[in-house]
Design a protein around this ligand. Structure first.
Ligand SMILES: Cc1cc2nc3c(=O)[nH]c(=O)nc-3n(C[C@H](O)[C@H](O)[C@H](O)COP(=O)(O)OP(=O)(O)OC[C@H]3O[C@@H](n4cnc5c(N)ncnc54)[C@H](O)[C@@H]3O)c2cc1C
Length: 528
């Protein structure tokens, strides 16, 4: 059973070790139990009246509650304080394209807002009904959960066709049964869907090896209020602009992705993850850039700044391993400026051996301390579990959120400094840190995590969060970074999109949206 007021399965938690508890006490003060309402205390108003109903609609309160908010920090706070603002009036679970089309026709006729819902893991308000003041039409949330099967696998072309609601573990299980993998692993892998990945331009932790979703998404079907768009699956085409690029990142505004064809790869013969400690942030950045620009075939690489490295060392599952590591760092005269790099190799024995050796030699040239496979293995073991930390922290009175951007290499040092300072100066006690998370030839994404304290009320908590979010987002804009590298726009980044696209660019997007959705019924208030 999924948590109604947090992330993931109710039976899974991410407990704080003793050293993690004392770390948080040191950076933010002692723990405190914040308000945390019981499920029975949440008031769910009756649904709005539809002028005509439809047999696929469900009005059950529990279902409406579980489709009301996503997984952003404001969503978590709203759930924990029991103040949801608005619920969908009905939820539908179509089982076929024809069900989707029937619902679209009904929605047009009745005059409702329609929100496509994949796994509901949006961290930018992507699946939340907007306020009555912004749009008073009744809300139908359309879950793709039942369009969840592998429909075709062309092993020769390495193309797999899935229903868009298929979630990460199901995708991998079905492909691996045939010896293939998609290799797309966002941290939310266990609960997010293929359609959601495409609609929000997601990036998996191993995008370095397998590519982001935009290179994996080869084609598909999109049902729009104006009709179906079929994106043919072609290896390449010079036939004008690529319409796939319009659907990628469309966030439910242009239509409902019902089917997606993805490029798959054979399951790698071997896969390992390693850690290297660099003496400081500039040395680490140079090492990461050199590794990528010299085309060492890695599947994953990230580099934590000193604050994040220290946080990592304070969350151990095995304290004795960390004690050993700290002793080793002291022996090598590493200071508190240490930066942890993690990287992964996936593929044939021969290729991964070559990549590993190339990394050993690069680490040696850059005064890096090789940490063997233990650190990398620990990361891999908790790569999806660490998503549960946010709920544990909340229960101790601590809040955590993230902010991400991407800039070119020449801007990386300045951008990381400017954004960290902006977060640190944004009022309430805050503890910001950063890592390079997705690496490209010309630049990288910067992924910021910031810890602060939960307030006594929702209002106080949101005031603190808003100050941090606004300061961080403005700092991102000031260094000409993208407002989002992988999380999308939703409602939370809407304000900043025009600066990135330009006025004419926004006109183009709005015109396309008006053609495909003349009534403006598709996920209003998101993206634009
Ligand atoms: C703990 C955690 C970790 C995360 N880590 C990552 C990460 O590593 N990388 C990353 O990229 N993101 C990450 N995310 C963000 C989120 O998981 C992604 O944005 C993901 O792509 C959303 O997929 P979903 O199926 O949950 O979509 P939803 O949240 O259901 O929807 C997201 C948006 O897409 C639209 N949409 C969904 N399905 C369809 C469809 N079939 N047709 C049309 N529109 C649709 C929705 O209307 C909404 O606007 C994380 C989120 C959490 C909570």
């Amino acid at each position: 059973m999924l948590r109604w007021n947090g992330y993931g399965e109710e039976t899974i938690t991410f407990p704080l070790s003793d050293s993690a508890k004392s770390y948080f006490s040191k950076i933010l003060g002692g723990p405190k139990s914040p308000p945390d309402v019981e499920r029975s205390a949440v008031i769910i108003p009756p649904p709005c009246h539809f002028s005509k109903t439809h047999p696929l609609l469900q009005f059950d309160d529990e279902i409406r509650l579980r489709h009301a908010r996503g997984q952003s920090f404001p969503d978590l706070a709203a759930k924990r304080f029991g103040e949801f603002s608005r619920f969908p009036d009905a939820v539908a679970f179509p089982e076929s394209e024809s069900d989707v089309n029937e619902l679209l026709a009904w929605a047009k006729h009745v005059g409702v807002q329609l929100i496509p819902f994949g796994g509901g893991t949006s961290v930018v308000g992507g699946i939340n009904p907007i306020s009555h003041e912004e749009d008073d039409r009744p809300v139908l949330t359309l879950s793709l959960a039942r369009l969840n099967a592998l429909r075709n696998l062309d092993k020769t072309s390495r193309l797999a066709t899935f229903g868009a609601g298929t979630q990460g573990p199901h995708i991998e299980a079905q492909l691996r049964a045939h010896g293939f993998t998609l290799g797309h692993y966002p941290q939310s892998f266990e609960h997010s869907s293929l359609g959601g990945w495409v609609a929000a331009r997601s990036s998996g932790q191993q995008s370095l090896g397998y590519g982001r979703i935009e290179s994996l998404f080869a084609g598909g079907k999109i049902e729009t209020p104006s009709g179906r768009i079929t994106l043919p699956t072609l290896p390449a085409s010079a036939a004008g602009p690529d319409l796939r690029q319009l659907i990628l990142g469309s966030e439910g505004r242009l239509g409902i992705i019902t089917e997606a064809v993805v490029r798959v790869s054979p399951v790698p013969e071997t896969e390992s993850f390693y850690g290297v400690m660099f003496p400081d942030w500039p040395t680490g950045i140079d090492a990461v850039r050199e590794a990528i620009q010299s085309d060492i075939p890695l599947s994953m690489m990230r580099l934590s700044n000193p604050t994040e490295t220290e946080a990592f060392l304070n969350m151990p599952a095995h304290q004795n391993q960390v004690d050993l590591l700290r002793a080793l760092l002291r022996w090598r005269n590493f200071t508190s400026e240490n930066c942890l790099m993690l990287f992964g190799v996936s593929g044939s024995q021969r290729m991964t051996k070559f990549a590993r050796q190339a990394m050993v030699s690069l680490a040696r040239q850059r005064q890096g301390l090789w940490l063997t496979e233990i650190v990398g293995r620990q990361w891999a073991k908790t790569r999806f579990r660490s998503a549960y930390l946010r709920d544990t922290l909340w229960e101790h009175g601590y809040a955590v959120d993230t902010l991400e951007t991407a800039v070119s290499w020449s801007m990386i040092p300045k951008a990381s400094q400017v954004i960290l300072h902006a977060l640190a100066d944004a009022g309430s006690p805050v503890w910001p840190m950063v890592h390079l998370s997705h690496i490209y030839h010309d630049g990288a994404s910067l992924y910021f995590t910031f810890f602060f304290r939960v307030g006594a009320t929702l209002e106080e908590t949101m005031l603190r969060w808003r100050a941090l979010k606004e300061a961080g987002s403005k700092a991102v804009m000031s260094v000409s970074g993208t407002i989002t590298h992988q999380h999308g726009i939703g409602t939370d980044h809407r304000l900043y999109l025009a600066q990135e696209k330009g006025a004419l660019g926004m006109e183009v997007l709005k015109t396309v949206q008006t053609i495909l959705d003349p009534l403006g019924m598709m996920n209003p208030g998101k993206l634009m």
